[in-house]
Design a protein around this ligand. Structure first.
Ligand code: ADP
Ligand code: MG
Length: 607
C-alpha cells in the first residue's frame, strides 16, 4: 500500500483533473446503466407483459423505485393514448439520448485523463534530467549511461501506464462494479448473492491465465532493450564496423537476438489470443449458470422477477465482466510501475557529494594564484591516482603538465573545477580553499579545451555561444576570428547558422577543435585549461589550432597538458608527472640539463 502511494503521489498536482475524470466516469456509468435498463420495458411491451400503471406516485430522486414507477406511468400513458409501437419508438429515442450522454461523458473522462498522464510523465522526465545534470561527473561510468537512458524512457513509460491504471483501478472500475452490482441487487437480490459467489471464481481463473503472460512479456521487454542497445551501438560504431569488415559478425549477433525476441513474441501473442477466448468462455458459462438459476426461479414462480427483468439483469451482469478483468490487469500495470518508480527514485535520490557550502563565497576575479597543497586523490579507494601534489600556479603563468599516459595529468586538472573532490590536502584559489566558493563562480573562472571537443547537434553560432546568455553575433564572430575559425565557418553553406551534425560530425577534427577554442575565447575566463588540445590533430590543422590557442592564451593563466613537448618549450614552469607524483619541475632547458624523465621523454620525441 505504501508503494502504491508512491504512484498516487504523482497525481496530486493534477487532483482537479483527476476529480473531473472520476466525476465523468461515474456519470458515464450511470448513463450506460440507464440505457441498458431500458431493455426491460422494451421487452415488456414486446412480450405484452409490461405492467400498465395508471396511478402516479410522488417523484423522489433518491428513491430508485419511485423513478421506475414514474417512468412506467409515463410509458403506460403513451401505450394507452398512442399505442405500443409509439412506446417502443419513445424508448428507442431515450436510449439514443442516454447513449449520447454516456459516450460524451466517457470522452470527457478521457479528455481530463490526458493532461494527467502526459503531465506526470513530463514532470518525471524534467526532474530526472535536472537531477542527472546536477550529478557530479564521477557518477557516470560507461555502463550507467544506457541504464540512465532506459530509466528516462522505458521506466517513465511504465509509470505512465501505472498512473492510468491506478486512476482506473482506484476510481473507475470499482465505481462501475458497485453501480452495476447495486442495480443487480435492486433487480434481484437473491440472484445477486449467487453472483457474489460466482464472480470471484471466474476472476481468479482469468487472473491466473494473465499472470503467466506477464512473465513472458517482461522477458520480451528485456530482449527489446538488448535489440535497441545493439542498434545504437551499430550506428555509433558504423565506421569501425565497415573498416573492419565486421558487418557479418554484427549483423549475425543482431539476428540471433532478434530471433530470440521473435520466439518470445510468438509465445506472448499466442497466449494473449488465448486469454480472450478463455475469458469469453468463462463469462458465457457464468451467464448460462445465472440464466439457469434465474430461469428456474421464474418458471417455478418463486421470484417476483419478470422474464424481461431477467434478460435486463443478464445484460447488466455481462457489463461487470470487463471492469473486473481490467481490475486485475491494472493491478499488474501498477506493480510494474512501482518497480519503475523505484528505479527512477534510485537516480532522483542519488547523493550529490560535490556540494556547495552554505553561504559559499562569491568569486568573480582571479587575482593571485592557484595552489595544490599536499593533494591526494583516488577514484577507487585503494588505488591512489595522485599523491602528494604540491604546485603553485601564479597569475599570468603558463604551467605545463607532462608525463606518460595514465600518469594523472587529466585527473589533476579535473580537480580544479571540482569535477571530483579530493580526500586530503587542499586546492587553493587566491589563498582560499576552492570548496569555500560558489561552484558556478569557480567554474566561471575556468575555460576548458579538451582533446576531443564536445560539440552539440546545433548551429555553429549556438555551439560557440554555448552557455553564454547575453552575447551577440559580433562577439561570436570576433571569437571565431581569434580561434582561426571564421574563415572555414564563412565557407560553410549557411555560415554561422550551419548545423554541425551529431557531436560536430560534419566538421573535421581541426575545425571542431577551433570551434571549442572559439567557445573558450568567448567565455573569456582568466584561467585556461588545455588538456592535450592538439594531440588528436594532423600537423596541418595543428598549426592552425596552435595559433588559435596562442591567441587564446595571451594575457591569461594557463595550465597546459601537452603530448608534444615542442609545444610547451616556452612554458614558465613544466611539471613532470610520474605515477601520480610530480617528479621534476623547472623550465625546459633546466629539465633537459637534469637528464631525468623529461630528458628521456624529450629524446623519445626528437628521434
Ligand atoms: P593522463 O591524463 O595523465 O593520461 P588520467 O588522469 O586520465 O591520466 O588517469 C590517471 C589514472 O586514473 C589512470 O590510471 C586511469 O586509469 C585512472 N582513471 C582516470 N579516470 C578514471 C575514472 N573516471 N575512474 C577510475 N579511474 C580513472
Ligand atoms: Mg589525459
Amino acid at each position: 500500500m505504501k508503494d502504491f502511494l508512491k504512484i498516487v503521489r504523482y497525481i496530486i498536482p493534477y487532483k482537479v483533473y483527476a476529480a473531473l475524470n472520476v466525476l465523468f466516469n461515474v456519470l458515464s456509468t450511470i448513463f450506460s446503466l440507464f440505457s441498458f435498463a431500458l431493455v426491460i420495458p422494451f421487452l415488456g411491451i414486446l412480450f405484452k407483459t409490461q405492467p400498465l400503471i395508471t396511478e402516479k406516485v410522488a417523484l423522489d430522486f433518491g428513491d430508485v423505485s419511485s423513478l421506475q414507477q414514474n417512468f412506467n406511468y409515463w410509458l403506460s400513458q403513451i401505450i394507452i393514448e398512442k399505442g405500443e409501437i409509439q412506446a417502443l419508438v419513445a424508448i428507442g429515442i431515450i436510449v439514443i439520448i442516454a447513449t449520447f450522454f454516456k459516450t460524451g461523458t466517457m470522452y470527457l473522462a478521457n479528455h481530463f485523463m490526458v493532461p494527467i498522464r502526459n503531465g506526470v510523465v513530463r514532470d518525471i522526465r524534467n526532474k530526472l534530467f535536472d537531477k542527472v545534470i546536477s550529478l557530479p561527473v564521477g557518477y557516470f561510468s560507461e555502463e550507467k549511461k544506457g541504464n540512465i537512458i532506459s530509466r528516462m524512457t522505458n521506466d517513465v513509460q511504465e509509470i505512465e501506464w501505472g498512473i492510468m491504471s491506478s486512476l482506473e483501478m482506484v476510481f473507475r472500475d470499482p465505481i462501475k462494479i458497485l453501480l452495476y452490482l447495486g442495480t443487480m441487487i435492486f433487480l434481484s437480490w437473491q440472484m445477486t448473492i449467487f453472483v457474489f459467489i460466482l464472480l470471484p471464481v471466474v476472476g481468479l481463473i482469468i487472473g491466473q491465465a494473465g499472470r503467466s503472460l506477464r512473465k513472458t512479456s517482461m522477458a520480451g521487454q528485456k530482449q527489446m532493450g538488448s535489440l535497441m542497445a545493439q542498434i545504437d551501438e551499430m550506428i555509433g560504431g558504423l565506421r569501425i564496423v565497415k573498416a573492419f569488415n565486421a558487418e557479418k559478425h554484427i549483423s549475425g549477433r543482431f539476428k540471433s537476438t532478434n530471433e530470440d525476441y521473435t520466439g518470445l513474441m510468438n509465445k506472448i501473442n499466442r497466449r494473449r489470443f488465448l486469454a480472450s477466448p478463455l475469458s469469453e468462455l468463462l463469462a458465457t458459462i457464468a451467464i448460462v449458470v445465472i440464466m439457469w438459476y434465474g430461469g428456474t426461479m421464474i418458471l417455478d414462480q418463486e421470484s417476483a422477477m419478470s422474464s424481461q427483468a431477467l434478460i435486463g439483469y443478464l445484460i447488466i451482469f455481462s457489463q461487470i465482466i470487463a471492469p473486473a478483468k481490467t481490475l486485475s490487469s491494472s493491478w499488474y500495470n501498477i506493480k510494474k510501475a512501482m518497480a519503475s518508480v523505484d528505479r527512477v527514485n534510485d537516480i532522483l535520490s542519488a547523493r550529490n557529494l560535490i556540494t556547495e557550502k552554505q553561504g559559499a563565497e562569491s568569486k568573480h576575479e582571479f587575482t593571485d594564484s592557484i595552489e595544490f597543497k599536499n593533494v591526494n586523490f583516488a577514484y577507487n579507494a585503494d588505488i591512489p591516482v595522485l599523491s602528494d601534489i604540491n604546485l603553485k600556479i601564479k597569475k599570468g603563468q603558463t604551467v605545463a603538465l607532462v608525463g606518460q599516459s595514465g600518469s594523472g595529468k587529466s585527473t589533476m586538472v579535473d580537480l580544479i573545477p571540482r569535477f571530483y573532490d579530493i580526500e586530503s590536502g587542499e586546492i587553493l584559489l587566491d589563498g582560499i580553499n576552492i570548496k569555500e566558493y560558489k561552484l558556478s563562480d569557480l567554474r566561471e573562472l575556468l575555460g576548458y579545451v579538451n582533446q576531443s571537443p564536445i560539440l552539440f547537434n546545433d548551429s555553429i553560432y549556438h555551439n560557440i555561444a554555448f552557455g553564454k546568455e547575453n552575447t551577440n553575433e559580433k562577439e561570436v564572430m570576433e571569437a571565431a576570428r581569434v580561434a582561426n575559425a571564421h574563415d572555414f565557418i564563412s565557407e560553410t553553406e549557411s555560415g554561422y547558422d550551419s548545423n554541425i551534425g551529431d557531436g560536430g560530425g560534419k566538421l573535421s577534427g581541426g575545425q571542431r577543435q577551433r570551434l571549442s577554442i572559439a567557445r573558450a575565447v568567448l567565455k573569456n575566463p582568466p584561467v585556461l585549461i588545455l588538456d592535450e588540445a592538439t594531440s588528436a590533430l594532423d600537423t596541418e590543422s595543428e598549426k592552425l589550432v596552435q595559433e588559435a590557442l596562442e591567441n587564446l592564451m595571451k594575457n591569461r593563466t594557463s595550465i597546459v597538458i601537452a603530448h608534444r613537448l615542442s609545444t610547451i618549450k616556452k612554458a614558465d614552469l613544466i611539471c613532470v608527472l610520474h605515477e601520480g607524483r610530480i617528479v621534476e619541475t623547472g623550465k625546459h632547458d633546466e629539465l633537459l640539463a637534469k637528464k631525468g624523465i623529461y630528458y628521456k621523454l624529450h629524446n623519445l620525441q626528437v628521434n
